[in-house]
Design a protein around this ligand. Structure first.
Ligand SMILES: [Zn+2]
Ligand SMILES: [Zn+2]
Length: 1021
């Protein structure tokens, strides 16, 4: 007995929690009464309650796979293009990814953006070709192969053989293509895999050559020996924008040193200079001072040092004596003894002025090694100083120059250099510092600044045009335009476009070995002979004859920076201008591109630079054009701990698992609406589940609801116009949604558009469907039911079409479930819904919002008092509502809206609604439960229990039943007497009667409520 009591109490508490949660969720209050097909509550895990799907009815991943097959079988993607033959072209450029690695969340987000936008414009009547491409060349591939072959340097590659090496690279590039295609396909991305282009295609490369020659002809290509960021392992320079790739800088601990440079002819007198890169000291050819900085000669013990006055205490401490003081200008031209004397070509080892010298750190005197610093080199050129290259191209100290640590990598040699200087008493002092240092973004080697012969594109020459062309671009998010991208353009530097590597499109430059004449080719035809493999080393074997001196011309060894190739894709993917001339020219620039925000310094930038250069004058592509008109840049995706997604740490659930659980539509919708596209977003399982629960599965259940009650012979009306107030409201909301979503999508505001849709689905499910339930389940007559079906059909069909670009699978499933013959065979062949503006009724929408607000206030009141929604109450009083849009109260404003008030009455389950000007609060709920109300509440509870029992007995809503009952409680006796026929009708039973001994009941069940037990039996009639 005790136990049972306890159990009962437990169930009651649980019930309360559920109830409270129901009410909190506002509107979900009658959910569990729904057919089994709808979601239900379970108490689960530690903290109580969560939603769960009844898996038996909807397996989203399974359905999605079924739809993929349907699309394939009926060639829907192809049809979505061919049916728009007469439509205007909508040009989309797909940024080619490397298929050497697997796609991750970032790719899925970008691909979802691309897919959603292109689906939308296709539904808007455009012809949207969707070609995909693969990036094949470049260091990412070379690094991968080097690792696999166990090769560590360029020397080893040459020993292995460039031919074999490049073959290995080529063989590897499509390694993950299958995985890519599978992932993209699984996410629902529509793309034409039969027409893919690759950057290593012969045709592609020919267009790259064409573009490069056009730049050369315009005087935009030059070669220079310049200090540039350089990877000693890869043996090639990096462009300035590669230095801005994520992960390109790291904080490292270094040792900085103060050095004594003996002043020529003055014993025991020194210049004190400072550096953080001691390995550059052997390359020193000058010292730099600031012309207007104050310097002193200070005495410490027997020695005298020259340094900036402001740095005195920092460097020397307290024990010094100032001997003289002067401006830096006075030091210019003074000579010193080098620390590691080298043979110089011109005069060096002297003091010069440099604008970048400051007294922020160091000693105010800077050691210059022109070969290893961009600024150093600039000063050297201005002052005509010698340049010493004391390091080999592989980053090792040159041998034979009497440099300590020769033959070792610079950072390793530093130790020996320091010890040597210490021994010779030329090292004044050393300190540890932590500073940010660049690393190769591909192979993670410490980068050097190193002088190399590099081919440049003179971006600075047409920077103004690039800035102007940027004004024609619509950026999402907008701040990128004049922020990250605009600022980057302002500072645009010349682009180091050649790489001293192997696996890449070869530079089409031949140089005469006799007279130095340069020739740039713009097509393979200009080679004068057929070539089967245009990659290195084959292309290097082709020699041309010099036009001016008949000497032999050889190709330069370099290949293209692979970013040049991806930037050339608008032309190269179509083999322009050799083929498809009209197609490319008519559709340039692209209407839309989309990638991650890091591409502002990658692909977006190189596309923009090349388009800018190729439209400086009209070559057929127009004049002064950007490469794209609209761009959506997505932010980074992060793990829940705020860190980067890391496979090693496994700090996130892989996308495949998420899709297996909630479906691709859920992931898509979450990625697009969870955070504004462009902001960094956290991959949170909880929030993904919430998206599933609040939007995806909610939409699905609204559809299931209609399917459950709609008749087979139902025919949708062509020009449906709603009459019922609830229908009018929902139809108004829907058309308003169509108008707003179209506007947002045309502005590429995906997040806004998606969120609008989500909030409509919320209204649809949590208000419209719930309040329409009775009309479908227990209609007064067939006309009422048909009207309700017409309305819900119209709403669901249009909501599915509006949502189709976002959730291509579920929208298709809903469409297939509702479509009638003579409608397009797929939702993705439908037009995007046009708003029927005459059906928008703003006034009604505002009033309905007020009704819902009142309902939630009243329900909160119930929740606070712990009164179940099934318990009817007597009265709700509402303070007189001010007319909408008017500040002053107008008595009884809502009181005229009888239909709306009926909705409110039903929603909160009260007998009457009255208006009262004297109320303090907005509403007042009469929570007194009279005996009669109590009985009615119990009767309603019993109705629900019988419905449950009916389901337990395995009966459907169409099965006819009889109900039997028995109770020892006088309360139930009375209730059955008074409410028996109500219970019978509500349960669509043929009969309700006391238990009979003879009958064989399908199910018998004892129901214990507060007022005593009642036993019911169900009999199939
Ligand atoms: Zn590298
Ligand atoms: Zn020549």
């Amino acid at each position: 007995m005790f136990c049972q009591c306890l159990l009962l109490t437990f169930w009651r508490i649980l019930d309360r929690i559920k109830e409270a949660f129901y009410l909190f969720m506002l509107g979900h209050s009658e959910r569990s009464e729904e057919s089994k097909k709808e979601r239900f509550f379970t108490s689960s895990r530690s903290c109580g309650i969560s939603f769960r799907m009844t898996d038996e009815f909807m397996n989203f991943p399974e359905t999605e796979r079924k739809i993929l097959k349907l699309w394939d079988k009926k060639k829907i993607f192809r049809k979505s293009i061919t049916q728009r033959k007469k439509g205007r072209f909508f040009t989309f450029y797909d940024g080619p990814p490397f298929a050497t690695g697997l796609p991750h969340y970032g790719h899925i987000l970008a691909t979802t953006i691309k897919d959603t936008i292109t689906r939308f414009f296709a539904m808007r009547g455009f012809r949207v070709e969707r070609r995909v491409g693969w990036d094949c060349h470049g260091l990412p591939v070379e690094n991968l192969i080097e690792k696999e072959l166990g090769i560590k340097s360029k020397k080893e590659i040459e020993k292995y053989g460039v031919k074999k090496f490049n073959q290995a690279c080529q063989a590897s590039v499509f390694r993950c293509v299958k995985d890519w295609e599978d992932t993209l396909r699984r996410v629902g991305r529509w793309a034409d895999y039969s027409k893919t282009y690759t950057t290593m295609d012969r045709d592609y490369t020919e267009s790259v050559w064409w573009a490069f020659k056009k730049l050369f002809e315009q005087g935009l290509v030059y070669k220079a020996w310049r200090v540039t960021p350089y990877c000693p392992r890869c043996g090639t320079p990096l462009s300035n924008f590669e230095m801005n790739q994520p992960g390109a800088h790291k904080d490292v601990e270094d040792i900085s040193v103060y050095l004594k440079f003996p002043i020529k002819g003055e014993t025991n007198n020194f210049f004190l200079a400072w550096t953080t890169t001691p390995w550059t000291l052997p390359a020193n050819t000058a010292l730099a001072v600031g012309e207007n900085i104050n310097y002193v000669k200070a005495k410490v013990g027997d020695e005298k040092y020259i340094l900036a006055r402001e740095r005195l205490e920092e460097v020397l401490g307290k024990d010094y004596e100032i001997e003289t003081e002067f401006l830096g200008g006075a030091l210019i031209g003074r000579e010193y003894e080098p620390l590691f004397p080298q043979r110089l070509e011109k005069q060096g080892y002297k003091v010069v002025a440099a604008p970048f010298v400051s007294t922020q750190d160091g000693s105010g005197i800077v050691h210059l090694a022109p070969a290893f610093g961009i600024e150093d080199m600039e000063v050297a050129q201005k002052e005509n100083l010698p340049v010493l290259v004391t390091v080999e191209a592989d980053g090792k100290i040159k041998k034979g120059l009497e440099i300590p640590g020769e033959g070792k990598f610079v950072k390793e040699a530093e130790e020996e250099i320091r010890l040597d200087l210490k021994k010779r008493k030329l090292l004044f002092k050393e300190e540890k510092i932590v500073h940010s240092y660049p690393f190769c973004w591909r192979c993670d080697t410490l980068l050097l600044y190193y002088p190399v012969d590099t081919w440049y594109i003179a971006v600075s020459k047409f920077k103004d045009e690039l800035l102007k062309n940027n004004e024609q671009i619509h950026w999402v998010p907008e701040h990128l335009k004049h922020g990250r991208f605009g600022n980057w353009l302002e500072d645009a530097r010349d682009w180091a476009v050649s790489r001293n590597r192997y696996w890449g499109a070869p530079l089409p430059i031949w140089i005469c070995q006799k007279c130095g004449q340069t020739k740039v080719l713009g097509s393979f035809k200009e080679l004068g002979k057929k070539i089967i493999n245009f990659h290195r080393p084959h292309i290097d074997e082709i020699k041309l004859k010099c036009a001016s001196c008949e000497g032999e011309m050889k190709r330069v060894e370099e290949v293209f920076d692979c970013w040049f190739e991806s930037g050339a894709m608008p032309y190269a993917q179509w083999h322009y201008p050799f083929e498809n001339k009209k197609l490319v020219e008519e559709n340039f620039p692209a209407d839309f591109i989309g990638e991650g925000v890091d591409q502002t310094r990658g692909w977006f930038y190189t596309l923009h630079v090349l388009a800018g250069a190729l439209t400086l004058k009209d070559l057929g592509l127009g004049e002064n054009k950007p490469a794209f008109k609209n761009v959506v840049a997505n932010g980074l995706l992060l793990a829940e701990d705020g860190k980067k997604l890391s496979k090693k740490l496994r700090n996130y659930t892989p996308p495949e698992e998420i899709m297996e659980k909630f479906g691709a539509d859920t992931l898509r919708f979450f990625l697009l609406t969870g955070t504004p596209v462009g902001d960094d977003q956290i991959i949170s399982d909880k929030r993904i589940e919430e998206t599933y629960r609040k939007t995806i599965s909610t939409f699905w259940h609204s559809f299931v609801f209609l399917k459950t009650y709609i008749e087979k012979k139902f025919k949708p009306k062509k020009n449906f116009r709603p009459k019922n107030v609830l229908d009018c409201w929902a139809v108004s909301r829907l058309n308003d949604l169509a108008e707003k979503m179209t506007e947002k999508m045309e502005g590429y505001q995906l997040t806004d558009a998606g969120r609008l849709w989500g909030s409509f689905i919320d209204d649809l499910s949590n208000w419209y469907v719930r309040r329409s339930r009775r009309r479908l389940q227990k209609p007064k007559n067939s006309r009422e039911k048909n009207e309700a079906c017409q309305a819900l059909y119209y709403i669901l069909m249009n909501a599915a079409r509006l949502g189709a670009p976002f959730i291509p699978f579920l929208s298709e499933e809903v469409y297939q479930g509702l479509k009638k013959t003579r409608m397009p065979e797929s939702i993705h062949l439908c037009d995007y819904p046009e708003a029927q503006k005459d059906l928008i009724n703003k006034n009604l929408e505002e009033k309905m919002a007020k009704i819902r607000e009142l309902a939630s206030l009243a329900l909160a009141e119930r929740a606070a008092k712990g009164i179940k929604i099934r318990q009817p109450l007597k009265e709700l009083r509402i303070k007189n509502q001010p007319a909408l849009g008017e500040p002053k109260a107008r008595p009884g404003e809502l009181s005229k809206d009888k239909e709306l008030l009926e909705l409110l009455k039903d929603e909160i389950n009260v007998k009457e609604i009255n208006f009262d000007e004297t109320l303090k609060a907005e509403v007042w709920l009469d929570t007194k439960i009279t005996k009669e109300l109590k009985e009615e509440g119990l009767a309603r509870e019993l109705v629900r229990q019988i419905q449950e029992a009916r389901k337990e007995a395995g009966l459907s809503k169409d099965d006819e039943i009889s109900i039997a009952w028995r109770s020892a409680s006088p309360v139930w006796e009375k209730i059955m007497e008074k409410w028996g026929s109500f219970i019978k009708e509500e349960n669509l039973a043929q009969e309700i009667a006391p238990f009979s001994k003879d009958a064989d009941y399908l199910l018998e069940k004892e129901i214990g409520l507060e007022e005593g037990k009642i036993k019911i039996g169900i009999l199939k009639a």
